[in-house]
Design a binder for this molecule. Structure first.
Ligand SMILES: Cc1cc2nc3c(=O)[nH]c(=O)nc-3n(C[C@H](O)[C@H](O)[C@H](O)COP(=O)(O)OP(=O)(O)OC[C@H]3O[C@@H](n4cnc5c(N)ncnc54)[C@H](O)[C@@H]3O)c2cc1C
Length: 288
């Protein structure tokens, strides 16, 4: 039974994030990606969970399979908005019975049309409490270096984040384009007495429009220089992917210099960009 919080003690950890594919072909491709990336000997991988439970069984089955078959743990993302307490207890008990002992506890987003999602929970911290109550989990939570889009102001965001991290084993961030955002968040949390380790999330993008859209939705500022570089590759898929690798490599190198507890790479179910980042950094599994 591997608890990711124990791995962090001898970090930096390396981890990859995948999402549950919608088609059988996508599922075959993902298993191929996991097999390729397993050669890089990650410390763990994580699998996202569709908003309001849309990928409930695919996420669960993928996590259990990877956790069983690989030498590293697979951690499920789990959102609580729109779920009953009993739903979440059943999911957590099932994971524990299947030997899954890590969970990323998230609120999830309410429906985009403003309708009431129902359910018993509003905030991630309530799911963190429940995971501890069910017992047997290392619990991770999300952090937004440039503050969460629904936070009214920076001070409130940091206060609530510090409280949530205080109940949890580690944090994982939204992606960002300048290391200063991560550094500032860690400093502000330290001022509030919060020293819980936070893994920076790094996204090697593959698409210009998607990168701009996701950055806007998630409150991630794209600096002018990166905007210009995105303009220059727009319409050329391979040039965009290569720029994504270059930008991610630079971010990872700067983060490692800062002494981060680990690096979480948004693999987006593809192996190529991740292996190229490792190559650029001169990383081999036996040097990690
Ligand atoms: C690493 C990472 C992985 C993610 N994976 C997924 C995924 O797999 N599936 C998915 O659907 N979404 C995922 N998300 C997105 C996430 O679910 C949304 O951003 C969601 O809106 C917020 O989730 P949270 O867990 O940060 O929420 P919370 O921690 O609950 O915070 C949400 C907002 O509520 C505020 N808040 C918190 N507690 C209180 C309180 N007690 N009173 C008042 N306000 C409060 C916070 O300041 C913040 O503004 C992920 C995000 C990250 C960073």
């Amino acid at each position: 039974m591997t608890r990711i919080s124990d791995l962090l003690a001898s970090g930096p950890t390396w981890s990859f994030e995948f999402f549950p594919p919608k088609t059988p072909e996508g599922m075959v491709a993902l298993h191929d990606t996991v097999a390729q990336l397993s050669e890089l000997a990650p410390d763990f991988v994580s699998i996202t969970y569709g908003a309001l439970g849309t990928t409930r069984s695919t996420t669960r089955d993928l996590v259990v399979k990877i956790n069983d078959e690989q030498s590293f743990p697979a951690m499920p993302h789990l959102t609580c908005v729109g779920h009953t307490r009993q739903d979440l207890v059943s999911l957590l008990e099932d994971y524990r019975a299947c030997g899954v002992h890590n969970v990323l506890a998230l609120a999830g987003d309410p429906p985009a049309d403003g309708s009431d999602p129902g359910g018993d929970f509003t905030y991630a911290s309530e799911l963190v409490d429940l995971a501890h109550e069910v017992d047997g989990f290392a619990v991770a939570v999300a952090a937004f270096p440039e503050i969460h889009p629904r936070s009214p102001d920076r001070e409130t965001d940091r206060r609530q984040l510090a409280a949530k991290l205080g109940q949890s084993d580690f944090g994982m961030t939204q992606f960002f384009w300048e290391v200063d955002h991560y550094r500032r968040m860690v400093d502000e949390l330290a001022d509030l007495g919060c020293e819980t380790p936070i893994l920076p999330g790094v996204m090697p993008f593959v698409n210009v429009a998607g990168t701009r859209r996701m950055s806007a939705i998630n409150n991630c500022h794209i600096p002018d220089r990166l905007q210009e570089r995105l303009d220059a590759v727009d319409g050329d898929a391979e040039a965009t992917r290569k720029l994504g690798v270059e930008v991610a490599t630079d971010l990872v190198a700067e983060l490692l210099e800062l002494g981060v507890p680990g690096i979480h790479l948004y693999a987006m179910n593809r192996a190529q960009s991740i292996t190229e980042i490792y190559g650029n950094l001169g990383l081999r599994p036996d040097s990690l």
